[in-house]
Design a protein around this ligand. Sequence first.
Ligand SMILES: [Zn+2]
Ligand SMILES: [Zn+2]
Length: 882
Amino acid sequence: METQIIPCNSCTPAPIPSKLGNQSNFSPKPTLSFAEKPHPKVADSYLNYLRKNGRLSEAVTALDSVAQRGSKVKPKTYLNLLQSCIDANCIQLGRKLHARIDLVEEVNPFVETKIVSMYAKCGCLDDARKVFYEIRVKNLYTWSAMIGACSREQRWREVVELFFDMMEGGFVPDSFLFPKILQACANCRDFGTGKLIHSLVVRCGMSRCLRVNNSILAVYAKSGKLSSARRFFENMDERDRVTWNAIISGYCQKGDNEEARRLLDAMCEEGVQPGSVTWNILISSYNQLGHCDVAMELMRKMDSFGITPDVFTWTSMISGFAQNNRRSQALDLLKDMLWEGVEPNGVTLTSAISACASLKSLDKGMEIHSIAVKMGFICDVLVGNSLVDMYSKCGDLEAAQQVFDMILEKDAYTWNSMIGGYCHTGYCGKAHLLFMKMKESGVPPNVITWNVMISGFMQNGDEDQAMDLFRMMEKDGKIRRNTASWNSLISGYLHIGEKNKAFGIFRQMQSSFVIPNSVTILSVLPACANLVAWKKVKEIHGCVIRRNLETELSIANSLIDTYAKSGNIAYSRTIFDGISSKDVITWNSLIGGYVLHGYADNALDLFNQMKKLRFRPNRGTFVNVIFAYSLAGMVDEGEKAFSSITEEFRIIPALEHYSAMVCLYGRAGRLSKAMEFIEDMPIEPDSSTWAALLTGCRIHGNIGLAIRAGESLLDLEPGNFLIHELILKVYALCGKFGDASKTRKLEKENASQKFLGQCWIEVRNIVHTFLAGDQSSDVLYSWIQRIQEKVKGHDIQHGLCIGEEEREEIGGVHSEKLAFAFAMVGSNAPKVIRIVKNLRMCDDCHRAAKYISVAYGSEIYLNDSQCFHYFKNGHCSCKDYW
Ligand SMILES: [Zn+2]
Ligand SMILES: [Zn+2]
């Protein structure tokens, strides 16, 4: 019957099949018209014939003939046609069929359900939903079709809602539908519904169905209700690999990998062989926790169980290593993977290429690029994006541009990588051109694009362009600025040294109700690490508390450091004491703060406490510790600490440790020992080493070594006029003029250059600036004169009298004295004075500060170019060594 053909008048005659089963009733030529001799059976057969031969569009046209004759087709025929549309994934024909539904003899729920499935499976979920809601009489299949459709599209919430609608309509899912609904519950972590279904399953007598049980377990495990999951798991009569995978993955998700591993062993004991999924769950979990070595060990074990690591195993290992700063190993693994004959996927290649980008390894990046080309991944947008990013970061912008041009379906990430590449290398003009092009493309710039452009212009010193873009983004770009947009401006201003502008933006940001994040805080805080910005530090601290950022360790550490540098060591201590889980930076910050303020004992106490609590000191710790011993005059202990760096802690000392040692010897007056130490250094001394020796010579009056240190300094920094001046002064002291050839040239070049002492003092929220020799105020001068007389003879002069500044008799009164006078004259003497100075303060001003701290009972914090001084009760924290 099925091979019979019915010619129709509305379409081109169909070719006659070579073998016709029963053609006696029919003419081979299209002479018979539907309009004349209606016969429903005949219509169905013909339609089936066309369908089986893949001639679907003809079948649809044939339906129109059926319609013209006023005839109908059987539901079965119509269902088969719909199924063929699904198989051919042909939505156009499916829609035509749907439009002809009236031709079906009797439209039943099965037919309607098939229409739902047809739309869903052809990717038109909205149409499927529309049809579904129009169906008045639904059966279990109708519900299953709709739930299946939503589940395929991962509309988990909708699946759960459909389940409740279905129950309301009086339908209970069967053992096939339950797992689908439970999967949705698991994926949206809907523990409540999962529990409800669990009790329903028990009532329906399905509690022995393994498929259903596995799904219930997965809901409990994925929702993080591990104790419920574990109880359910223990009570299951039957367990298969899926069961074990679900419980193991639950523990992994919670980060309890140890228990997950115990379960793996138990699984084997129970005779269930772990599959590649089981191994991959564990391996990926260990990688995510950063325990790449354990993951690696598991991969080897997996092999010994006879299960070959698959692409997911390798990919998990490669991205694990790449994300944990072990990028070279990640690349080695890719090589091994290819060697083993496992084909990488897009994710594998993307991880490996990103590793090359971070390593800035152009060669390896190019190698993987050619692998990607060979394996046909070049159209993969993820791979393409990572290539653009890699070439940009490696500075090969031409190659980046080439890959960029080849990506047909560019997404925002593609554009952003390319624009970012041009910005970072300083080609802001090119970046801007691309930015304009992007605006015209189908992918409009997103907030990241705007931010990249803003920070690009800022970093290249084009403040105006950056500000223009910043203003335009909301108005023209219709993109809301986010915290990162503000951060780009702030860090940009800091980058070009405009601290006040950066701080202004920080304030504006808060008044615009944009919430600063840790990046904001960590960039503005260090900018306030000076004595005259201490109120700003408090302001930022207030913001940190309001935004609940004080629990972030990096911020707390930065606060400790900044408070110390702005002269509030007590606040540093309070914050330190409030941190429950300290790291080595926390300890270093406070130890460094104590050293800065001259509290050697506190610093060393803290160091001992740190060791007792088994914190491993690092390079930074030792620099501070040696300085602390130096301050305390404990040369032997300092030496011991220095040798412990290598012997006990296996750290190679850096230049900063050597300089600290020179300071240790210098302070103790052991200058020849200091010189010997420098000569024995395994690395070339740098200017800070020689500067440390010069300070020692200056204080202890050793002219010979001072010349040696000064000349070495000048060799390292031949253009440094300040050093040149110092040497001339030393030469003058010892009557040595002959060797001045080195300095004479500089003298000519810098004849007009003078170093003017300048200082800043903060009084009542305003920062005032003073210049040496400023004579604009008589009041200040008479105060200074009075003080000067009292200071004379107060302290005896010592050391080599060489200063960076002109002596006061020649260059006029030094700026810090003017600042002292400004603070003291008139009102009551302030309790605390904070001053920042651009040059090293001279002996005379140092004595004056000590005197004022006794006579007026004020504490004076003064940060000069050399040292942080804290004057109190006639003493300075530097112990007169700076
Ligand atoms: Zn002075
Ligand atoms: Zn001092």
